[in-house]
Design a protein around this ligand. Structure first.
Ligand code: NAP
Ligand code: GLV
Length: 313
């Protein structure tokens, strides 16, 4: 069996090749280059390779993504329509997402920025404590990652609301769904003070958090966007922070990455920025997962994580 690695980053290509070769010692694992003539059974990459790549790899049985979100891959017209696309599921990202979101929220709730200012001024001034009941969390997207974020908040005693495309039921969580109608989205927002955006970018989720949506959050709410920048309307977030309706935002993803130097997000006092690192791909467990799926496919078994192109995730 042959596996071709076509990651855009040469260092990542090397790491993936080595990790997959370690996981599948009987496989021939090699890196794509223009002179490559071997025909592979499986390909793995983050972005869709060129048309030439697919023209020269006609025997592919599946295309693996090195990430969880596949909107860029699916947007490429190079990708053959019938080729199954398989994404990463958790593979070490869930725990990262959970610590990022919970850690961010706790910094706000425990007023760490205020105490940092006090420390700089050598001032000793206890601030009023916070009641967890005043901090309902709303997770938009209850997939592999969203569920782990929800569980991490729930374990600390937060009240957790979840929103997904289809209705789910999780113990201790109030679940809202797209299929429940527009009223449910409003009810979800009105019950949320810490909003975690963690759904894939699709035509249905693009610009979903516009001014009208953000205005329905509880006053003094906080927004954490760890999904994709396009789910959140930049100007709407800035307007609601400036009006005081929103108290802060933590943004890990942006419409344009890297975030352009003149973007207002960089300097807004209520915004905290990280460079798309809330959950990075960890090659060891990811290669282990991909290898296990390749073994199952070779035995004719079904695997999870196959992208439904009609849904866009
Ligand atoms: P997933 O398992 O596919 O879960 C997606 C969730 O979003 C599902 O619950 C789905 O609903 C829900 N959803 C889809 N469309 C929706 C809509 N129109 N309205 C409401 N909910 C909707 O995906 P995942 O592995 O948890 O990853 C989620 C996203 O996180 C990825 O697509 C990626 O963009 C992002 N991500 C970011 C980073 C980072 O470092 N910032 C890292 C990894 C992933 P159903 O349950 O009904 O299907
Ligand atoms: C990262 O953003 C991913 O989708 O894996």
């Amino acid at each position: 069996m042959r596996i071709i690695v076509a990651h855009h980053n040469p260092a990542s290509c090397e790491r993936w090749r080595n990790a997959l070769a370690h996981e599948l010692p009987d496989a021939e694992v090699f890196i794509w280059n223009d002179a490559e003539t071997r025909k592979a059974d499986y390909a793995i990459a983050w972005a869709a390779p060129s048309q030439e790549f697919f023209a020269r790899q006609p025997r592919l049985k599946a295309f693996f993504s090195t990430g969880a979100g596949v909107e860029k891959l699916l947007a490429s017209s190079n990708l053959p329509v019938a080729l199954p696309v398989i994404r990463l599921e958790d593979a070490g990202m869930g725990a990262q997402m959970a610590t990022y979101c919970v850690g961010t929220a706790l910094n706000w709730i425990r007023q760490r920025d205020e105490y940092a200012k006090q420390q700089q001024a050598k001032r000793w001034q206890p601030l009023p404590g916070e009641d967890m009941a005043d901090w309902p969390v709303g997770i938009f997207g209850l997939g592999v990652l969203g569920r782990q974020v929800a569980e991490a908040f729930a374990a600390l005693g937060f009240s957790v609301n979840g929103y997904s495309r289809s209705i789910h039921s999780f113990p201790g969580m109030r679940c809202f769904a797209e299929s429940g109608g527009a009223g449910d989205f409003s009810a979800f927002l009105a019950a949320t003070r810490i909003l975690v955006i963690l759904a894939p970018l699709t035509p249905q989720t693009r610009d979903r958090f516009d001014r009208s949506a953000l205005a329905q959050l509880v006053p003094n709410s906080y927004v954490i966007n760890v999904a994709r920048g396009e789910l959140l309307v930049d100007d709407a977030l800035l307007a609601l922070l400036d009006s005081g309706h929103l108290a802060g935002a933590a943004l890990d993803v942006f419409r344009q990455e890297p975030l352009p130097p003149d973007h207002r997000f960089w300097t807004h006092p209520a915004i905290r920025i990280t460079p798309h690192v809330s959950a990075i791909t960890v090659i060891g467990p990811s290669a282990h997962q991909v290898a296990a799926k390749i073994r199952s496919l070779e035995q004719g078994a079904a695997v999870s994580g196959v992208v439904d192109r009609s849904r866009g995730y």
